[in-house]
Design a protein. Structure first.
Length: 340
């Protein structure tokens, strides 16, 4: 009898690595395959094409008890645009595949696509096609995005250099705290459907979960400032996991300073209310869809006054040491505890 290996024994990244081992790219215009935020395709011009896709599955990635369909449509487009941003590229076109059960009305699907159209307008992309199917259980959304980047401006995960500065956009941990608050209110509602949700003053962290915005604004601002990231990734699985990707693929180490992590006041307040550490949320929460990137030290003067960018550490040549420098002046290894 053939031995059976459970997928859970590999985890998501282990499964991707195993799939990748059996894939061999043979076409000369395939510049980069599995292993970055987007595949890279030579267009025969001064630009590369960028191709990426993401799935959202009901019950795994979203809960319609508290997730408005319009926000879900927006998020589906935004998280795909984020992959193009992470390559320092510009999104151009998206396709949307949809599988839905008979519990969804035409009006519900209109709501979903309203959110998608809003996102397409915000990020200046065209929705150019896709596929629809019936589903035996809930809603399934798969989006593919095509973008472009100048060949000399592309940012990969595997090109960070020792002494580079480690930077992140926006703030971290808010999306995770927003999810925890929504889950808490769902349990209250299930226990007593007459109860009103207690989310006053928590609009920012709720929005971080329900309607994240890809950081194309920072991609454009870096270009205007003449700054080319030496490496980049989007923070989808948590800062720790995504930093480990950059370090592993670049063959480098890193030091992150706990007191430099950008955390919003609402994230701190939610952490106090939920008895959750904002630092843990920032490091491992995921779904912030901010950009984690490295720049040369010479670029510091060009980014230091941008309020959307925080320098949180630096890259080292000790690839076995990826450490968090705590506020108590000790250093602890950074491990991936994000989503698997």
């Amino acid at each position: 009898m053939e031995a059976r290996t459970e997928i859970s024994s590999l985890g998501e990244f282990g499964l991707i690595k195993r799939i990748n081992q059996g894939i061999k790219n043979t076409l000369p215009d395939t510049i980069k395959g599995i292993g970055d935020d987007a595949a890279v395709i030579d267009l025969g011009t001064e630009e590369y094409g960028l191709l990426s896709s993401d799935m959202l599955m009901e019950g795994v990635h979203f809960d319609l008890t508290f997730f408005p369909l319009k926000h879900l449509g927006y998020k589906a487009i935004s998280i795909n645009v984020s992959d193009i941003a992470a390559m320092n590229g510009t999104p151009r076109q998206v396709t949307v595949n949809l599988a839905l059960s008979n519990r969804f009305s035409v009006e519900a699907i209109d709501e979903l696509y309203e959110g998608m159209k809003t996102a397409c307008a915000d990020f200046n992309v065209d929705l150019v096609g896709g596929d629809t199917s019936s589903s035996l259980s809930g809603l399934f959304i798969s989006v593919s995005v095509f973008g472009k980047v100048q060949k000399d401006k592309i940012a990969y995960r595997n090109t960070a250099k020792p002494h580079d500065l480690l930077c992140v956009t926006g703030d971290l941990g808010g999306a995770y705290m927003g999810l925890q608050l929504l889950e808490r209110e769902k349990q209250v509602f299930l226990a007593d459907p007459n109860m009103q949700p207690d989310l006053e003053g928590k609009d920012y962290v709720i929005q971080r979960q329900l309607r994240p915005e890809a950081r194309m604004d920072v991609v454009y601002e870096l270009a205007e400032a003449g700054v080319l990231p030496t490496s980049m990734i989007d923070v989808s699985d948590g800062l720790a996991s995504d930093l480990l990707h950059i370090c592993a693929q670049s063959g480098v180490g890193a030091i992150v300073f706990e007191d430099k992590l950008p955390i919003d006041d609402q994230t701190y307040l939610a952490g106090t209310e939920l008895n959750l550490s904002p630092i843990t949320a920032a490091m491992n929460g995921g779904e912030d869809y901010e950009l984690l990137f490295t720049v040369s030290q010479q670029a510091y003067d060009l980014i230091k006054n941008n309020p959307k960018i925080s320098v949180i550490g630096y890259i080292t040549d000790k690839k076995e040491e990826i450490m968090l420098h705590t506020q108590q002046d000790s250093r602890v290894p950074i491990t991936a505890q994000g989503w698997s």
